[in-house]
Write a protein that binds this ligand. Sequence first.
Ligand code: KG4
Length: 339
Amino acid sequence: MDITILGIESSCDDTSASVIRNGVLLSNVIASQSVHESYGGVVPELASRAHQQNIVPVVHEALKRAGVDKSELSAVAFTRGPGLLGSLLVGTSFAKSFAQSLNIPLVDVNHLQAHVLAHFIQEPDVEPVQPKFPFLCLLVSGGNSQIILVKGYTDMEVIGQTIDDAAGEAFDKCAKVMGLPYPGGPFIDKLAKEGNPLAFQFNKPHIAGYDYSFSGLKTSFLYFLRDQIKINPDFIEENKADLCASLQKTIIDILMKKLEQAAKDLHVNQVAVAGGVSANSGLRNAFIDYGQRKKWQVFIPKFAFTTDNAAMVAITGYFKYKAGDFCDVSLPPFSRVTF
Ligand code: KG4
């Protein structure tokens, strides 16, 4: 019998719904919220309101594009957390009432696990290339930077994580200092292509084990600019591309060094990357480069599955559905927690 899952994602500022049938993607609709751009960051209250406006049309569109009637759904999977509580409440409440009205099971999904399992989304008429267990996944987003040992679809161990800022935050905060729009990661990526990555050097942290730290880099970047602007007020404008390229190289070097160590220590040669920052072209190239040099088999997600999307929620829901792992309607969302 077919297993048809509706996935719902509303953890931050993207309202998304997706339909997956037997592991194959039928639709993935994302409504992004431009309302936050002028504030330089996501405003939680505005995000919740936008989710409320978007959720019904987005789900409707996902079902329509999939050519699936709601009566054909086997279960509703929703992002339970981590994320912004007000945003999560919209998706969670909708998923609960929709599942109850259809009298079908409800599946709660951890947003971070979903980013990792995005590698298992199968697209129609595309030969699947998927990692085999166990593999390592570098999960890098605006809220998280983790190295995860993935032993099974829902058996994951975080072996390293940031002790302060996430890699995406480092991109965004440094971009803000340079006067770039929010979120700054994609702008740094674009400008870095024109710059010299060896033009400037920034401090790299010395943290034990596989953990990361990015707050020192952000401070060192800020102080460096402050000192240079005293000498030349146009320093940022005149050196923007080189600054972006050097900063991006530093962040990538920090990320890859720990990942390389983890792969070596754990004798794992299947290595994946996931999360919003995995859209970064420098990081994607670094993966290809490491793959060739270290004989890793690398897995880089399609751009559409790097940022928040409901397809990754639906695929996680599919695996949990097959394992009979359902949840009760009383289950509340959570804002923080890893796995
Ligand atoms: O996973 P995501 O969409 O949201 C969560 O944090 O859950 O990640 C958003 C982050 C932002 O910090 C954004 O600047 C970063 O991903 N990002 C990038 C790029 N595209 C998105 N960072 C660097 N280069 C990019 N091309």
